[in-house]
Design a protein around this ligand. Sequence first.
Ligand SMILES: [Zn+2]
Length: 305
Amino acid sequence: MSGSSVRIGIDLGGTKTEIIALDSAGHELMRRRVPTPTDYAAILATIVALVGEAERTLECRATVGIGTPGSVSRATGLLRGSNSVCLNGQPLQRDLEASLERRIVLTNDANCFALSEASDGAGAGADVVFGVILGTGVGGGIVVRGHLLDGPNGIAGEWGHNPLPWPREDERPGPPCFCGRTGCVETFVSGRGLERDHREQTGEALAGPDIVTRAESGDAACEATLARYEERLGRALAHIINVLDPDVIVLGGGMSNVSRLYRNVPPRLMPWAFSDRVDNRIVAHRHGDSSGVRGAAWLGASATC
Ligand SMILES: [Zn+2]
């Protein structure tokens, strides 16, 4: 197997680090998952060891792409905004390039998700794909004709910390967000946002999946919570449509597994989109939890090896 045809992707998460190797057609050649260490030097050593092991097994030299929460500052080359706090302020990309003796590509996990789904997932073949993570937090990534948009600040697609658009009086100023502002999209349409809203409206502390299950069995309060969630998600995505008008919006993260969203959110876009019709498709991810690591592998293919 020629070295340049193998693409290694690494999903560096807060608790686990996953490696995958794909051939040029996207077929999986190997995959392994290990716990993420808690100090920087050990994280570097783990990634270098995983890449070395994969290349020995596959008898190749591969391209390497890495996806992780947070982003790399173009100005300083340092990682910021990671929930693995030992990585913040570290030159992760530079250090890995020195150890692996090649250029690598490093981006945030929402970008990897968007690229994976645009490359051979639920957004394959579409011109413009907006990939959305609706998980513990809310992130996004933009892929245009197969090319991931990054931007001078490395934050293209980060809609989660825009304010919830067209807020009602009872949504102002909105819940406090970890970013220091209030009323961010993330505080309403993340999994935690759903749980907080239900707790505030009913006094009942329920986990997100329980809210969904109870709504399905006819619980009126849980049904109302999900209806509020869908209406807010419609508003937040209409904002994206007015700016980007993507052909496909692919949903990922825990909330994307709530099947009623794909029926109930599209009709909630129309009142807010600046158009006489809304033809953007909202679809579920194809690769699920594997999208991060697969997107990292696709991304790495643009680097040298
Ligand atoms: Zn925020």
